[in-house]
Ligand binder design. Structure first.
Ligand SMILES: [Zn+2]
Length: 152
């Protein structure tokens, strides 16, 4: 499994979110199958393209490429980093780095979280497509969040 290699990352698609108008990123069907609640999963159409909206101000998490379906955070089994500012929300879903854990770690002299995560990624242990609602590697989010902590 090589979900964090650049070649295998999700791609920006020319399909705008029906709720906020921003461009979304393609997600694989396996991501929805892993993360949607059962009652919602029963409604997906596997022939559809599904797209992830990362806008923090938009409540839509996934939408179908033909705009016939919209799924919001409450349709998922877990909180969505881009949509939920809670401290207990994961930034790195595979290895359990919540905002709270990243903030705590940033105040210590342990190896930076991103470096710890990279070791696991390089060892082939990550499974972003089934763990992370964005269906892609979290390292960009982790780096951006940690930079934000240091600026405070
Ligand atoms: Zn949106």
């Amino acid at each position: 499994m090589d979900c964090c290699s650049p070649s295998n990352n999700t791609q920006e698609v020319n399909i705008n979110c029906p709720s906020c108008g921003e461009k979304g990123r393609n997600v694989q069907l396996i991501t929805l199958k892993s993360l949607l609640k059962a009652s919602v999963l029963e409604t997906i159409e596997p022939e559809n393209t599904y797209v992830f909206c990362s806008s923090p101000n938009c409540s839509t998490v996934y939408f179908s490429g033909n705009h016939s379906q919209i799924f919001s955070e409450s349709d998922l089994k877990m909180p969505v980093y881009q949509k939920n500012l809670g401290f207990d929300v994961p930034v790195c879903y595979c290895f359990g780095w919540t905002r709270e854990r990243l903030i705590q770690a940033a105040g210590t002299d342990q190896k930076p979280a991103a470096d710890q995560i990279k070791v696991h990624v390089q060892a082939g242990r990550c499974g972003c497509e089934v763990n992370n609602p964005q269906g892609a590697c979290c390292l960009g989010n982790v780096n951006a969040f940690v930079r934000g902590i240091k600026e405070v």
